[in-house]
Ligand binder design. Structure first.
Ligand SMILES: [Mg+2]
Length: 260
């Protein structure tokens, strides 16, 4: 069990601090329309809600429009959550991952260039997280955002909430290194007085940290409110290393996080 207060709190951004489902879906729909120009300009009613429910299966950006494709084809949500096989859909679509990534990066850049405010508005912070981060300001715990989003966008979204984290405290996609590696840099130089806690909503990422040498002392928390499935949360409950965290506990003081 980790110490009762971390010296460094590393936080994932999407699915921990911020719900970007609306942006995700908006970008995915734009990509889908590029790939299938015959698609209607607006998505069918209710598609965004179905998309939000199966969102946890997405690991990489190129899977986003494929999820739209599967839902439009009538694949059931349970089927997607249990057996998501995006590679098979790639074949059907006749595109490569790299092609889809290029289209995705392009539509995002165009969206931001055309109306950055609208793009930022498609992100919503989870209730209480901004208040929690404010309370940590000036305290003994250093907060570091570790995200696969572009760091400048994470910073921009936080600044809009009145939170101005330094460039050195936001490690984004531009760092070009996997999260376990960034965490390892954060825990160096090792000392008994230095403790690191990491909150993440993807179980697979926490598992990658678990299997990375040198990170045995890192406290691992699965954000139960983020993009994970009931099965992921059940696995976290049965895991001796990972603590399943609720949003209520996250909003509270550190000792409550690790209380049985
Ligand atoms: Mg996340």
């Amino acid at each position: 069990m980790p110490a009762s207060t971390p010296t460094i709190l590393a936080l994932d951004f999407d699915g921990v601090l911020c719900d970007g489902t609306a942006e995700y879906f908006g970008a995915a729909w734009r990509v889908w329309r590029r790939l299938r120009p015959s698609a209607a300009p607006d998505p069918p009613r209710g598609l965004v809600d179905r998309y939000a429910r199966v969102r946890p299966v997405v690991e990489h950006g190129w899977e986003m429009p494929l999820l739209v494709m599967a839902l439009l084809a009538g694949v059931g949500e349970a089927e997607i959550l249990e057996r998501w096989r995006p590679e098979a859909l790639l074949g059907k679509l006749g595109r490569t991952r790299d092609e889809i990534v290029a289209v995705l990066d392009g539509v995002r850049d165009e969206w931001i260039a055309a109306d950055e405010g609208d793009w930022l508005d498609h992100h919503r912070f989870y209730p209480g997280v901004i208040h929690r981060l404010r309370r940590l300001g000036g305290g003994p715990t250093r907060v570091v955002i570790v995200t696969t989003k572009e760091g400048r966008f994470a910073r921009k979204l936080l600044v809009r909430q009145g939170l101005d984290l330094g460039v050195e405290d936001v490690c984004g996609k531009e760092a070009g290194r996997p999260k376990p590696e960034i965490l390892r840099e954060l825990v160096e130089p090792r000392s008994p007085a230095r403790s690191l806690w990491f909150v993440e909503d993807r179980l697979k990422t926490l598992e990658a940290v678990k299997s990375t040498p040198g990170l045995d002392d890192v406290g691992l928390f699965l954000a139960g409110w983020g993009y994970n499935t009931p099965r992921d949360r059940e696995a976290a409950r049965g895991d001796s290393r990972v603590v399943l965290l609720s949003l209520e506990r996250f909003a509270g003081d550190f000792p409550a996080w690790v209380k049985a």
